[in-house]
Structures are given as structure tokens and as C-alpha cells.
Design a binder for this molecule. Structure first.
Ligand code: ADP
Ligand code: SF4
Length: 687
């Protein structure tokens, strides 16, 4: 299909100093959990984005010196790091895109667990997170050294093949930002006090980078114009505006956003697409240089209006490029309906905290590009003449059917209910999770175009019916249900009284049941769902008592940058939060709560209880089929596999990945050796 001419503007080249981006799609620096531990995987992942049409593809933050050693990111401490970074630039250049590197010295935020160098900052202050570390105040020699390291890193980055150097003053994570922020800078010399003084280091490293490599490399500034901290932080009304005005024409491009990371990559639950526009909208008025910003943008119409409206020159993306590395190509080729839209869940972000190549709810090939050779768009054609029955059209079943269909297999997808999507559909009805529906929308849209995939709704399959289909392979994707008995992490056995009629599950609430208040909600799962259910109950006017054995609400959501917002929202909705307690027993009048430290018990009156503790697979059909192997053989079924929550309940991302994996390996048993390539560690000489 031809591209809609309305979108032509998105494909106009644009100059970034001495280099030219072939279109307006800019993959901003983003962490990915791979970094230097998985350099080949990360390089190939970046290359796939270039192949998908992103004209600029950046690294994640790159430490420029050993006194800033960040876990899970890349580094360019010295020449030793050139070779592996060159692998990334080579992958990006293959597709005629520009490779950018984001320089960072983390200042007081540097963990330095590896180098053991005490972190340094404009003024002495407590350091990294809650670690027992204090940053020392930088003296003039430190400042001179830092400027030299930055310059040397720029020269080394050019040797590694980078086209763009990003001078980073964002996310409260780098020295130029720390010098700028009054709360971090109490200096009385020429680097403290007035804005001009506090911006001095920023200006110096920017000018020195231009002087060092600006003849051949684009020099970009990534700057947080707003920290959402009020007067204590950089604000659009003060430094945010004034710094852009002061340095307006020095960089070759401005990449602007809100800080910290929690305020930049906000999940869809807490912020709309493009929520940063009111903050960054002023930048283009102050500079003639191109401006880029992120916004989880997936609609080309919105992108065009941002450029035509004088807000941006390039469309920045991290998450939208993770969910669909081929987003630009699809717009270019007039295949808008093929875009796999980011749902804004931040499961990708958790990769940075778990230190493994990140995964994506929408894109099961993310993190597998090199190690398994999975590609977001291409998949090997079918081998053999298997016909496949997929039972259950949740995320796992839909993805299996889609990917099998793409391979060319004849697929029958049978869904018990009249609605496709399983939990993606159910959860999307909860407050703030509407974008979850994109998981099914994308797949249903793709399947609809495949004549070789037949979909049957309202078809609850029995074992006998499965055997009658005549398919040679069966994927059982029948999902899981939330347990009513309270078994989870704290309780290995059912909670006494949990069988009562006043006890409900998250499934009941999603199905429209509204338990009588006051409601005790017991969260022993610790990600997002319990808090969303609590929100739904509170919005429906119920008094909610949220009980968690943890010290905070939804602790895993720290890794999706949501924990603070979740706890705040529950408090704002009037939810009472009881931490460090579990529900020990339920009766007609209420619950018995037990302190997880002392075991001390206390009663709490309530009318009903909602358990969000763990899920149980709905695998009866699978076991029934497997119980009669002769009948399977007679029916011509050569293999039955469980996928998704029916196999092991977990994230929607895991179910989608299982569906995709089934389409690739057709349910082959777990291999003995790891079914993916691993990076080889090069052993250094012993002495
Ligand atoms: P997953 O996350 O693993 O995809 P879901 O719970 O989201 O799991 O989806 C499972 C789907 O399977 C649901 O839509 C459910 O209605 C459907 N299902 C369950 N049992 C059967 C069955 N016997 N026949 C057909 N569909 C089924
Ligand atoms: Fe978007 Fe979620 Fe994928 Fe991240 S994991 S890119 S937020 S869909």
C-alpha cells in the first residue's frame, strides 16, 4: 500500500548539525536491562529498530568514567569499551540510521558498587537510593577532570562510530543537571549561586563536546525542563525556560522532557499520551534548532500535527519503538493498521531493575532478536502440514494463532465466550487499564486478515470436541483464575473461612460483582491488579481496607515506576492501607489480621473480602486430553501443549511470549540446553 501523503512530512530528512537524519523518527536513549552484560543482544536489538525505520537510534545512558558506574547500562570509560559499542553503531549503520550515545556521569546518583569510588556531586549529600553512601563535594580539580573525561569520551565515541553525542542533563541523573538544581548545589564559587553559575558546567561540556567532535557528529542536549517538584526543582517557569534560552543555539538538537524517570515514562494508568506537551511546548519558540520529545505516540496523525503545529521537529520514542520497532516503516508503507501499539504498562522498564534483557507485553520478540533470532516482523514459513487447534483466545491463544497464521499454518481458534481477548479484555475494563485492550485489538486485527485462521466464538471445547477437530497439534490456552482460598506467598494452605459467601476474587469484581462494604482486599500478589481492583471498589463507593504483608502497596510496581503513584492514588481515593499484615482467617463479621513480624492477631470488621493472592491454571481440558493418549493418537493429534496462564500464570507479557514461542517450536518439549545463544565472556589473563 502507498503511504498516505498526509504523512509525507514524517519522512522529510532533517539536519542534526553535520549529520542528517533520513526521517523524523528518533529513538531516544532508553535502558533495556541488556547493556554491557548482553552487548551483542543489545546491539542487534538497536539494529532492528534502525531496520524498522528509526532514523536515529540511541544507546541507553553510557557512563563516561569509572567514578560513575551504573548497573545494567553501557559505558565508555576508556578505549577498552570502544569495540563493543562499535558493534551497536555497525548494526545501526547497516540500515542507514544515525547512532547516538548518551553520556552520563551520575553524580550523587552513581552507585559505584563496582568501582567502589565514592560518588561526587556539586555539594556533599546522601547518595544512591537508600544505600549507605554519601557523595563528596567536587573541587575544582574534579570539575576539570569531569570536563576532560567528557571530552575524551566524545572522541572515543566517534572512534566507535557514533554520529550523535548526547550531552545529558535530564532525569536528575547527571552532573550538569545536579549543578543546575538548587537543591543539589550549595556552592559559593563560580559554579554555584546564580543561574548562570549553576549552568556553567552544562555550557562548558556542551561547548567542549562541540569543539571536540562537532565537525562530524551532531551534538544533542537531553534536558529535563520540568521536574514536577515545585520550587525545589527545575521548573518550566524558571530554570527550565531560562536554560533553553541561554543555550538555545549551541546544541544541534534539543531533546526535552520531564524528570525524574518516573515523571517521563509514566504508565498509561497515570498519564495520557503526550502528557508532556504542556511542559515542552515552549522550547521551539526559543531555538531554531530541531526539537524532539517523547509521548508514547503511536498515531501518525498526532505526529504530523505536532510537527505542523510547531511543537516538535522529530517524534521521540522509547516505549513505542520497543512495542513496534517497525512503526516508522509501517507508516511509510501505508500499513497503519499493522502498528503494534504500546499499552503503556512499563513491563519493559522492569528489565532495567532485574538486569535481564527487557521484555515487552506487546512485542514478544523484544530481547530475543539476537539470542533466539526472533524478528518482530519476519517469522519462518511453516514446515510440514500440521493443522493447529488453539483453545482459548486470551493473550496467549491470540498470539499463538496470529504467529502460526503468519507462518502459513491452518489454524482454528476456539474461544468459549463471545468475546476475544481473555484477561486483556477483562482487565481493560478496570480503571486506568483501557490500553490493555490493545493486546487483543492488534492480534484480532491481524488474524482477521488471515484466510488460514478461523475463529470460533462461543465454543467451549470439551476433550471429545478437541479430538473431533482433526487438527494434528493442539495448544491449550485456557488461562487461569484468581484463587478464592487466599493461597499465595504467605499462605500455602487455604485461609480458614475463605470458602464463605462473603469472599470474592479479582475475577468476580472484573465480572461486575460489587461486594458489600466495608471490603477487606488482601493483596499477596504485589503487582498492579490488587490496587486497580481497590480503586474500582472505591470508585463504586465502597469503603476499602487494603491489607498487604509487604511494607508498601504493590512493591513490584517500583520496577514499573508506578509504586509512588499507586500508593498516592489509593490514599487519595480514601482507601485505608494496612501494611505488614496478612489475612489469617475470615468469618461472617470480618477478618482476623496477623502481623507478619510478630504474629500478633487483631480483628477487623468487614462485610466482604476480596482475595488477590495468586492464580490457579484452568488446565482441566489439558489433563483430560493427556489422560487418554490412545484417543489422541486415534484422533491424529501428535502433540498437545499448554501455553500462557494455563501453563504457568504470570504477566500478560509472559502469555504473549508463550503464544509466540508455541508458534515457533510447535510445543516441542523443553530442551536440555538453553534454547538461546549466550554472550561469551572473554577471560582476562590471570596475572
Ligand atoms: P492467557 O493469559 O493465558 O491467554 P486468559 O485467561 O487471558 O489466558 O484467556 C484464556 C481464554 O480461554 C479465555 O478467553 C477463556 O474464555 C478461554 N477458555 C477457557 N476454557 C476454554 C475452553 N474449554 N474452550 C475454549 N475457550 C476456553
Ligand atoms: Fe509499551 Fe508495555 Fe511494551 Fe513497554 S512493555 S513497550 S510499556 S507495551
Amino acid at each position: 500500500m502507498a503511504r498516505d501523503p498526509r504523512y509525507d512530512i514524517l519522512f522529510e530528512p532533517i539536519k542534526i548539525g553535520p549529520v542528517t537524519a533520513r526521517n523524523r523518527f528518533y529513538q531516544v536513549p532508553h535502558c533495556n536491562g541488556g547493556g554491557r552484560q548482553f552487548p551483542t543482544q543489545t546491539a542487534v536489538m538497536r539494529g532492528v529498530k534502525a531496520e524498522g525505520g528509526w532514523a536515529v537510534v540511541c544507546t541507553e545512558q553510557c557512563d563516561i568514567h569509572y567514578s560513575s558506574s551504573t548497573p545494567h547500562c553501557v559505558r565508555l570509560w576508556d578505549e577498552q569499551d570502544i569495540a563493543y559499542l562499535a558493534r551497536m553503531t555497525e548494526q545501526v549503520h547497516r540500515h542507514e540510521s544515525l547512532a547516538g550515545v548518551e553520556f552520563v556521569h551520575m553524580g550523587y546518583h552513581a552507585a559505584c558498587f563496582e568501582s567502589r569510588e565514592p560518588p561526587m556531586a556539586p555539594s556533599g549529600r546522601a547518595g544512591y537510593g537508600v544505600a549507605p553512601i554519601q557523595a563528596r563535594a567536587m573541587d575544582k580539580t574534579d570539575i576539570r577532570n569531569y570536563r576532560r573525561w567528557h571530552r575524551t569520551a566524545a572522541l572515543n565515541a566517534r572512534k566507535a562510530g557514533f554520529d550523535i553525542i548526547v550531552v545529558y542533563a535530564g532525569h536528575d541523573l547527571s552532573l550538569p543537571m545536579h549543578f543546575l538544581a538548587r537543591r543539589h548545589n550549595q556552592r559559593t564559587d563560580e559554579y554555584g549561586g546564580s543561574l548562570e553559575n549553576r549552568a556553567r558546567l552544562f555550557r562548558e561540556v556542551l561547548e567542549e563536546t562541540k569543539e571536540a567532535v562537532g565537525d562530524t557528529c551532531g551534538v544533542v542536549v537531553r534536558f529535563a525542563v520540568e521536574e514536577l517538584l515545585g520550587e525545589g526543582g527545575v521548573t518550566v517557569g524558571a530554570e527550565g525556560h531560562d536554560v533553553v534560552a541561554m543555550l538555545a543555539e549551541i546544541p544541534d538538537l534539543w531533546d526535552v522532557n520531564c524528570a525524574e524517570w518516573e515523571n517521563d515514562s509514566i504508565t498509561a494508568r497515570f498519564a495520557e499520551e503526550g502528557f508532556q506537551e504542556p511542559y515542552i511546548g515552549f522550547v521551539k519558540k526559543l531555538t531554531t534548532k530541531p526539537v524532539v520529545a517523547v509521548g508514547r505516540y503511536t498515531s501518525p496523525d498526532r505526529m504530523v500535527s505536532l510537527i505542523r503545529g510547531g511543537v516538535l521537529d522529530m517524534i521521540g520514542a522509547a516505549r513505542a519503538s520497543i512495542a513496534d520497532p517497525f512503526l516508522p516503516k509501517k507508516i511509510e508503507e501505508g500499513r497503519i493498521e499493522d502498528i503494534r501499539e504500546c499499552i503503556g504498562c512499563n513491563v519493559c522498564v522492569s528489565g532495567e531493575f532485574t538486569g535481564a534483557p527487557m521484555r515487552c507485553t506487546q512485542n514478544p520478540t523484544q530481547g530475543e532478536e539476537w539470542r533466539r533470532g526472533w524478528h518482530p516482523e519476519r517469522i519462518p514459513a511453516k514446515e510440514g502440514d500440521d493443522t493447529v487447534l488453539v483453545v482459548g483466545a486470551g493473550p496467549a491463544g491470540l498470539e499463538a494463532a496470529r504467529a502460526l497464521g503468519q507462518r502459513g499454518y491452518k489454524v482454528t481458534l476456539a474461544e468459549a465466550t463471545s468475546e476475544l481477548g481473555g484477561r486483556a479484555t477483562r482487565e481493560a475494563r478496570l480503571p486506568g487499564l483501557a490500553t490493555w485492550a490493545r493486546v487483543k485489538d492488534y492480534r484480532i486485527g491481524q488474524i482477521a486478515k488471515m484466510p488460514n485462521v478461523e475463529v470460533y466464538r462461543g465454543s467451549r471445547m470439551t476433550a471429545a470436541e478437541v479430538r473431533e477437530t482433526g487438527c494434528s497439534l493442539v495448544a491449550v490456552a485456557t488461562g487461569a483464575h484468581w484463587r478464592k482460598d487466599g493461597v499465595g506467598r504467605v499462605h500455602s494452605f487455604p485461609i480458614p473461612g475463605s470458602e464463605g459467601a462473603n469472599v470474592f476474587t479479582a475475577d468476580d469484581v472484573m465480572a461486575g460483582t460489587l461486594p458489600e462494604g466495608p471490603v477487606v482486599l488482601f493483596d499477596d500478589e504485589h503487582f498492579y491488579l490488587a490496587s486497580v481492583v481497590a480503586e474500582a471498589l472505591a470508585l463504586a463507593g465502597r469503603q476499602v481496607i487494603y491489607v498487604t504483608p509487604q511494607g508498601v502497596v504493590a512493591p513490584w510496581s517500583t520496577f514499573t515506576l508506578e509504586q509512588g503513584r499507586i500508593q498516592r492514588r489509593l490514599l487519595e481515593r480514601g482507601v485505608e492501607i494496612v501494611v505488614s499484615h496478612s489475612v489469617a482467617a475470615v468469618d461472617r463479621d470480618g477478618v482476623e489480621l496477623a502481623c507478619v513480624y510478630t504474629g500478633r492477631k487483631r480483628s477487623r470488621a468487614c462485610r466482604s473480602v476480596v482475595m488477590v493472592t495468586s492464580m490457579a491454571p484452568i488446565d482441566g481440558l489439558y489433563h483430560e486430553l493427556m489422560a487418554d493418549e490412545n484417543a489422541l493418537a486415534k484422533a491424529g493429534i501428535r502433540r498437545v501443549a499448554r501455553i500462557g496462564d494455563c501453563y504457568a500464570p504470570g504477566l500478560i507479557a509472559a502469555a504473549v511470549q508463550q503464544g509466540y514461542k508455541f508458534a515457533r517450536d510447535l510445543g516441542a518439549p523443553m530442551p536440555e540446553r538453553a534454547p538461546f545463544r549466550r554472550e561469551n565472556v572473554e577471560l582476562a589473563a590471570l596475572a
